[in-house]
Design a protein around this ligand. Structure first.
Ligand code: FBP
Length: 341
């Protein structure tokens, strides 16, 4: 990286000019939180910081030590801005209402501090996902109103990917830009300007171990992608890290489709795994801003009106043509009457 590259700090000043308000400051706080998180991730094995805390989050998932410490780092960075009044995190059962910040606090931030944490024990890629909305609520119910805004209300969203390098990708609704952490400078510098996702890709990304429980249509879609057809560029290749940030980042840059469809065992209601407010909606905003498509297979993710802060949804994200084709497969499957047992 050259010493003349634009820093994220400088770039965010233009966000402030363009958007008015203090959105750039909130984005800057998220970027500044990513630097100690990246350092902590790098040192985790050396510092004996790998493994679980012995506690579970509201979703019944084991919390890793790094989930908990990264959550604290993000909460502190956002609190310090004085601009955020409500925080929704995967690691907190309830939204955090910063009462004393609510006069000035204009923003609501939903985030997953360490997404893909099952990769932590194997030194795999993880990420932080964030979504910023304007404060909406007033009076008694304002936390609820703040926390349950749809994806279309997002002012900005993005992720930090902790891989061989640390990359921050974000949108404020005017395209998608990526910045890479220069560890020597201690700053993010511009590395991926105006990212556009190809209209069609060559890769699908899904946990095939769940094939037995995918909702109807998904298996046929994946089988279609596997069948050779030179004219349409098939067969596609399979790539699955099992860390949403890594899988979505690859899909954003190279095209293709990432899916986490509704799954459920026999007799169980099918539901997605990924969380709407701090995983699906922000990633859908980024993908759409890069020219792609974000869907559950049946509806646009960003249009979903949330009913719970930790709500799960099915997810299909990626190149427009690939996601539209997946929607056709699951849509057709749904329209076939299911024989009663
Ligand atoms: P966590 O938030 O608990 O880490 O779960 C999210 C996630 O790890 C995503 O990053 C990833 O896409 C998905 O779960 C992988 O799930 P699975 O192991 O079922 O394929």
């Amino acid at each position: 990286m050259t010493g003349t590259a634009t820093t994220l700090r400088r770039h965010l000043e233009t966000v402030r000019d363009r958007q008015g308000g203090d959105l750039g400051i909130v984005l800057g706080a998220l970027a500044s939180a990513a630097i100690p998180i990246a350092r902590e991730l790098q040192r985790a094995a050396v510092d004996g910081n790998v493994g679980g805390t012995g506690t579970t989050n509201i979703q019944g998932e084991q919390q890793a030590k790094l989930d908990v410490s990264a959550n604290e780092v993000v909460v502190e960075a956002l609190t310090r801005t004085g601009l955020v009044c409500t925080l929704v995190s995967e690691e907190m059962d309830e939204p955090l209402h910063l009462v004393d910040r609510c006069e000035a606090g204009r923003y609501v931030v939903c985030f997953d501090p360490v997404d893909g944490s099952s990769n932590l024990d194997v030194n795999g890629i993880v990420g932080t996902i964030f979504s910023i909305r304007a404060r909406r609520g007033h009076g008694h119910d304002h936390v609820r109103d703040d926390a349950l805004q749809p994806g279309t209300a997002q002012l900005a969203a993005g992720y930090v990917m902790y891989g061989p390098s640390t990359v921050l990708v974000y949108t404020t609704g005017a395209g998608v830009d990526g910045f890479t952490l220069d560890v020597e400078m201690g700053e993010f510098v511009a590395s991926h300007r105006g990212i556009r996702i190809p209209r069609r890709g060559k890769t699908y990304s899904i946990n095939e171990g769940h094939a037995h429980s995918w909702e109807p249509g998904v298996a046929d879609f994946i089988e279609h992608l596997r069948q050779p057809d030179t004219a349409s560029g098939r067969p596609y290749s399979a790539r699955y890290v099992g860390s949403m940030v890594a899988d979505v980042h690859r899909t954003l840059v190279q095209g293709g489709i990432f899916l986490y469809p509704a799954v459920g065992g026999p007799g169980q209601r099918k539901a997605g795994k990924l969380r709407l407010q701090y995983e699906a909606a922000p990633m859908a905003f980024v993908i759409e801003q890069a020219g792609g498509r974000g869907s559950t297979g049946h509806e646009r993710i960003q249009d979903i009106a949330p009913v719970a802060w930790h709500q799960r949804v099915a997810v299909m994200l990626g190149s427009t043509d690939d996601v539209a084709l997946a929607e056709r497969f699951v849509g057709d499957a749904r329209s076939i009457p299911v024989a009663s047992a």
